[in-house]
Ligand binder design. Sequence first.
Ligand SMILES: Nc1nc2c(ncn2[C@@H]2O[C@H](COP(=O)(O)OP(=O)(O)OP(=O)(O)O)[C@@H](O)[C@H]2O)c(=O)[nH]1
Ligand SMILES: [Mg+2]
Length: 239
Amino acid sequence: MVDHALDAAGLAAAGGAHLSGGPPGGEDGGAAGQDWLEAGRKLFARPCRFVWAAQALAQLPAASLPEIAFAGRSNVGKSSLLNALTGQTALARTSSRPGRTQQLNFFELDGRLLLVDMPGYGYAEAGLQVKQDWQGLMFAYLRGRATLKRVMLLLDARVPLKPVDGAAADLLDQAAVVYQLVLTKIDAVAPAALAAKQAEVAAWARRRPAVHPEVLATSSTTGAGIAGLRAALAPFAIA
Ligand SMILES: Nc1nc2c(ncn2[C@@H]2O[C@H](COP(=O)(O)OP(=O)(O)OP(=O)(O)O)[C@@H](O)[C@H]2O)c(=O)[nH]1
Ligand SMILES: [Mg+2]
């Protein structure tokens, strides 16, 4: 398993405390933005491997490296996004049927960052017990994990926001876990619809205290926005 220990100073130096996690200047603007793009490109070109799966809180790996969790409704494209980020086709298992990921899956990137693929919430067809188990684990993890630096909260660009998305955002706001909204599947919407979606999501986020102001837009299918997402995550990796 992961054997790196980090103290608070190390985490601050890694960027969790003083870098906001976004490439300053945006994906195409400014020298600092370009630096993060390059840092993200290099980081995600490094090996990434599955290290752990947890089905219950007691099974979580010891907190060590900074963690980035990918959360969102079932089928929103969390596992696909992890594969796109790491340039691997089958690192995380994906499926067209909701409910594919049923554990917290931990992936170690270059010994510098943990990426956590979460089970989806809001999966209507799951049995009540299964649903309560997954969601209980997911929420307990999000609320209580000391090394969790940021949650990427994924929203499907093709479908309206759902009450369960609001519930997840409420939980993160209450737990004061900084989270960033990431639209997925933007290849499947026309430019005008995407612009309307971005405005809708930005308005939805406006009064939420713990949300990062920048909404990212991605497609795991075409690779759109993936470089920007890598740049947003690069500041959290230990040096
Ligand atoms: N068009 C399009 N389809 C996508 C994209 N990303 C994922 N999908 C599809 O969406 C479906 C769900 O993808 P997953 O990555 O398994 O979704 P998930 O959020 O991990 O789902 P759970 O593990 O069930 O919570 C699959 O059929 C993917 O092929 C994308 O960028 N564009
Ligand atoms: Mg999944």
